[in-house]
Design a binder for this molecule. Structure first.
Ligand code: SF4
Length: 279
């Protein structure tokens, strides 16, 4: 059985940078906290905690403490509160996410109402809308566009959560254009996601079986799985090699493997080693 590993499998540069910055901070400073999980992956979270970084859900006393802001970013008021409480802030917000904040803020200053295509409950989306003065519209589904809130005379600007599915985004933008005359669209899906999505539209068609590795809490892994499954019914989403069932590979000549942006290489390597052992 041939094993074809996606070139884009594993950590994106934004996650790598955030993890490296967190470790560096843990080595040089005491009382280091992080707001939530550094990435949506249980193994990485465990390693971060064993490096001495404490996870917290809210900001309390900040004096003598450092707080790490994750690659997803955070609302402006989180930064303001951390500063007012005396925290030292280590901001690992990905540069691609910062770019979305910048576009949305500038367009709002220019009089546009902002629409964010993304998952309303995702921290990246909360961070984007939390950088704006006015309430933004959040849309995640072409079937759920709040048309009643779209006044034709207004100017709207669309930005996109960095890990969204481009097909879904294009559908939503197409529908919005029918209703809104003055619509500016910025495709802010990041480059690593675009590359991953391109590969995941090809690999499932070229392989008998697809394995997608990543945590069940990872939105970008979920999207990879959904795309793969729509193209190849023999697609399986696993968190680690222990979940693999050898019967999945019956009569398979090739298996494609990819992993989410928050999946460590160790998990992918271990799956590849296992697949080699059952070849
Ligand atoms: S998925 Fe994209 S935006 Fe998010 S951390 Fe990675 S590179 Fe940055």
């Amino acid at each position: 059985m041939k094993i074809n590993l996606a070139k884009s499998a594993g950590f994106c540069f934004g996650v790598k940078r955030a993890i490296n910055l967190a470790y560096k901070t843990a080595k040089t400073q005491d009382n280091v906290y992080i707001l939530g999980d550094i990435v949506h992956n249980e193994d990485v979270v465990k390693e971060i905690i064993s490096a001495g970084i404490k996870k917290t859900g809210k900001l309390t006393r900040g004096k003598g403490r450092t707080i790490i802001i994750r690659a997803h970013g955070a609302p402006k008021k989180t930064f303001e509160k951390a500063l007012s409480l005396g925290y030292n802030i280590i901001d690992t917000t990905c540069t691609m996410v910062k770019e979305i904040h910048k576009i949305a803020e500038e367009m709002e200053d220019n009089g546009y109402k902002i629409i964010v295509i993304g998952d309303r409950d995702h921290d990246e989306v909360k961070g984007i809308v939390g950088h704006l003065r006015n309430k933004a519209l959040i849309i995640d589904n072409p079937g759920k566009i709040p048309f009643s809130k779209l006044n034709k005379s207004n100017r709207f600007c669309v930005v996109v959560q960095s890990t969204q599915n481009i097909e879904n985004v294009n559908k939503i933008v197409g529908l919005l254009r029918k209703k809104i005359k003055n619509l500016k669209f910025f495709n802010t899906i990041c480059k690593p996601t675009t590359f991953k999505q391109k590969e995941i539209t090809e690999l499932p068609l070229k392989n008998d079986v697809m394995i997608i590795i990543g945590s069940k809490t990872s939105a970008n892994t979920k999207r990879l799985y959904e795309i793969s499954r729509s193209l190849n019914r023999r697609s399986y989403w696993i968190q680690s090699r222990s979940e693999i069932n050898p019967s999945w590979f019956r009569n398979a000549k090739s298996v494609g493997v990819t992993s989410g942006a928050s999946t460590p290489d160790a998990a992918t390597d271990s799956v590849i080693a296992y697949l080699r052992s059952i070849e």
